[in-house]
Design a protein around this ligand. Sequence first.
Ligand SMILES: Cc1cc2nc3c(=O)[nH]c(=O)nc-3n(C[C@H](O)[C@H](O)[C@H](O)COP(=O)(O)O)c2cc1C
Length: 183
Amino acid sequence: MDFNEVINSRRTARVFTDENVTNEQIEKILQSACIAPSAKNRQPWKFYVLNDEQKNHIMNMLFEWDKLNPKERTSVKGTAEQIKTANKMIMIYSDSYKSKAKNENYKKPDYISLGCAIENMSLQAVNLGLGSCILCDTLYIEDEIDNYLGINDYEQICGFIVGYPIYNYSTKIKKDFADLLLN
Ligand SMILES: Cc1cc2nc3c(=O)[nH]c(=O)nc-3n(C[C@H](O)[C@H](O)[C@H](O)COP(=O)(O)O)c2cc1C
């Protein structure tokens, strides 16, 4: 796929077909993450590829959280619905969790590095004919997820779902370019 076509057609996908995403496709997506730029080349990313049972368990935990917190008015229920049809889900972690405590200056650069890696994942998904969605709503139940997966030493950044989108999502309205320039 042409580079501009990949970048211009990337849209968050929210409903997916039941077509299988292969391990090779997941590997390509993760390899694209790993070649992203990172501050001081620290490459702070870690990935946990969930199996179906784990994906469904996390989805149910999000539905449960939403039921128990009806007044919060979040997008957690919608996010859980999206996980339901997604073929694969990956949890993304940062390994700068410990060094961060030593040096606060690492914090922002490492988050930016992770953002670069996650965008590479989103673009590679498009290149492979797939759709994806970045999920920060998992952070509402960050500790529950990490306890369930047995993750102690890494900081949860977000979830990432991927699958074959059920329709072609049209381009979202984006801010006017002229309004973004500060000078
Ligand atoms: C850091 C980040 C966190 C996000 N978290 C969620 C989420 O928890 N649930 C969700 O449905 N979408 C989530 N999204 C997707 C955004 O809603 C989506 O990117 C935005 O509406 C713009 O649409 P587009 O990606 O199609 O351009 C997230 C996106 C980013 C970049």
